[in-house]
Design a protein around this ligand. Structure first.
Ligand SMILES: Cc1cc2nc3c(=O)[nH]c(=O)nc-3n(C[C@H](O)[C@H](O)[C@H](O)COP(=O)(O)OP(=O)(O)OC[C@H]3O[C@@H](n4cnc5c(N)ncnc54)[C@H](O)[C@@H]3O)c2cc1C
Length: 317
């Protein structure tokens, strides 16, 4: 008989693992408090870029594997994935193009009129990356998982992993920042991010990112544009209007546009883990196998397929 697999979490990590296991023939069920757009994943920008996750020696290979899968998905318009030029800038000095970016064809760019010219940025590089429109992609993943035979139960809050029904032989923990309580992981740190969603900006066809303070990004999607952002250690899930106006102000300044109308604000807690992404197998107190897959920080989308495939390779069932 096929083994029963339970996945805790229905953000990008849980849904992607769900697809990988269901397609391999496992009877797979997802249990989660919130699903899809209500999760941290629903608040993300969500562009492919290895940001705020460690260690690099594991993160970069996962990111590169994920890149290939997402680039293939970009050929399916219904997936919500598309390829976009990302321009990464520095305000302070000469930017170093990382080796992984060079392997993907990154090249230096001079800040142009659309980025407010050289007065804001000193140097930059550009490369083509996958962009996931979360308003489409998370539903696409959920539907794909169900079509592959999986099931999703929402509004299920687990106190501990052992509470998963004993009929499941393997439990996969994709609880994101929720793993702090679920498995008492004190290494997890909530890297709070706030974004403002505004209407599409005329003439903006590439994603503009600057990691130097103040963190700034403008990401055009199919029907709107995401302005960011913040990254601070905090559990506060309430959107702060002062922060929103600072984000909109800085993006508008860089793009040399009038402040656009605000469509919505989103806040999410990036599940950053100080000792690195936790992808490893373990045993529950009742002896069942568990594989942890959480702590992806600011790169959950960027690492999703690489990690999900490694979770599958890690299982001994
Ligand atoms: C503002 C912002 C911008 C970002 N931009 C990007 C980006 O451009 N690119 C990128 O790759 N990443 C980005 N990220 C990071 C990315 O969003 C996260 O790394 C990713 O969402 C983590 O996904 P996850 O599935 O592991 O966790 P989550 O999306 O948080 O999902 C966790 C799931 O576990 C469930 N859960 C938790 N605890 C329990 C429990 N006790 N019982 C039952 N269910 C439980 C939750 O309900 C949820 O379903 C961004 C994040 C933010 C906040």
């Amino acid at each position: 008989m096929d083994p029963n697999v339970a996945i805790v979490g229905a953000g990008v990590s849980g849904l992607t693992c769900g697809i990988v296991f269901a397609e391999r023939g496992y009877r797979t069920a997802i249990f989660a408090k919130e699903t899809g757009k209500q999760t941290t994943s629903g608040a993300a920008a969500a562009v492919w870029f290895p940001y705020d996750a460690q260690p690099a020696k594991r993160v970069i290979p996962w990111a590169l594997k994920t890149y290939q899968v997402l680039a293939d998905l970009a050929r399916l318009p219904a997936s919500g994935v598309s390829m976009i030029e990302l321009r990464q800038f520095s305000r302070t000095g000469e930017i170093q193009i990382p080796d992984w970016a060079i392997s993907l064809g990154a090249h230096p760019v001079i800040p142009s009129k659309v980025e407010g010219s050289l007065k804001f940025f000193r140097s930059g590089f550009a490369l083509a990356v996958p962009l996931m429109d979360t308003t489409i992609y998370l539903d696409y993943l959920a539907n794909h998982f169900i079509a592959a035979g999986g099931s999703i139960s929402s509004n299920v809050r687990l106190e501990k992993l052992e509470d998963v029904d004993s009929k499941f032989d393997l439990v996969i923990n994709c609880a994101g920042i929720g793993a702090r309580e679920l498995v008492h992981d004190r290494d997890l740190e909530p890297h709070r991010g706030q974004v403002a969603v505004v209407p599409r900006v005329d003439g903006l066809s590439c994603a503009i990112v600057c990691d130097d303070a103040p963190l700034m990004y403008a990401i055009p999607r199919t029907n709107d544009c995401v302005f960011g952002g913040t990254n601070e250690i905090s559990d506060n899930l309430a959107a702060d209007p002062v922060t929103t106006s600072k984000i909109v102000g800085e993006c508008s300044r860089v793009l040399s546009i009038e402040s656009p109308r605000l469509l919505s604000e989103r806040v999410g807690l990036r599940p950053f883990r100080k000792s690195g992404v936790r992808l490893e197998s373990d045993r529950l107190c009742d002896g069942r196998a568990v594989i942890h897959n959480y702590g992806h920080g600011g790169a959950g989308f960027t690492l999703s397929w690489g990690c999900a495939r490694e979770v599958l390779e890690t299982t001994t069932l």
